[in-house]
Design a protein around this ligand. Sequence first.
Ligand code: IPE
Ligand code: IPE
Ligand code: MG
Length: 234
Amino acid sequence: MAENTVRHLGVIMDGNRRWAKQHMFESVMRGHEKGVDTFIDLCEWCENAGIPYLTVYAFSTENWKRSQKEVSDLFKLMRRFFVEEIHRCIEMGVRVRCIGNFDLMTEEDRRVIREAEEKTKNESTLRLQIALSYGGRDEILRAAMRYASDVKRGTEAEGELTEESFEKYLYTAGIPDIDLVIRTGGDRRLSNFFPWQTTYADLYFTDVLWPDFSEKLLAEALDYYRSVKINKGK
Ligand code: IPE
Ligand code: IPE
Ligand code: MG
């Protein structure tokens, strides 16, 4: 694979509530609903662009601090996606995996996620990671705790921790690092999105709100990535 093609794309899908307000909807959920539609389209656009790995930020550990109503409506929407829209993933050849801190979710959420993962486990055109209840710092802390307990049990040698051996404790074990991050919604920060895996990622920010993201904008971001790599002489 050429050095200037994106193997793993990360997307911070931001701006759903502003989109709902812009369109005068009373409920922010209309923005989140439209956001889910755009996300399903994104899978197809990534396949058209030949991208094999996609990781999207759907709900952060910090998002638990939102109103109880918004959190519970968001999880309802996600359960609906995992149950009613999973056939779209199968049709597109998308293998779905959810990554994040599941301890904070309900048993029903976990069950629905497990079933969606199981139903798509033989798909391979696009490997999709949905970061749900995900925080980068939380991921690293949990990895460190698992490493420490392996040392205690004697399955890991003390004092021999390397980047390679630590990576297997991360949610993304076995998956290549993120090459390009796209963030919609105008803010220029990563908001706890995969700090370890984006160390060398190129960053592409757009003011467009997530529900308005399009295949054309994806192409622009991929052009940006190519131009950065070409300018570096790769
Ligand atoms: C991103 O859109 C979706 C989630 C964080 C769940 P927001 O809900 O953050 O929408 P804005 O950024 O407030 O417009
Ligand atoms: C980042 O968006 C998280 C997701 C897109 C799921 P936020 O809207 O939660 O991030 P901040 O609060 O602007 O940093
Ligand atoms: Mg936001």
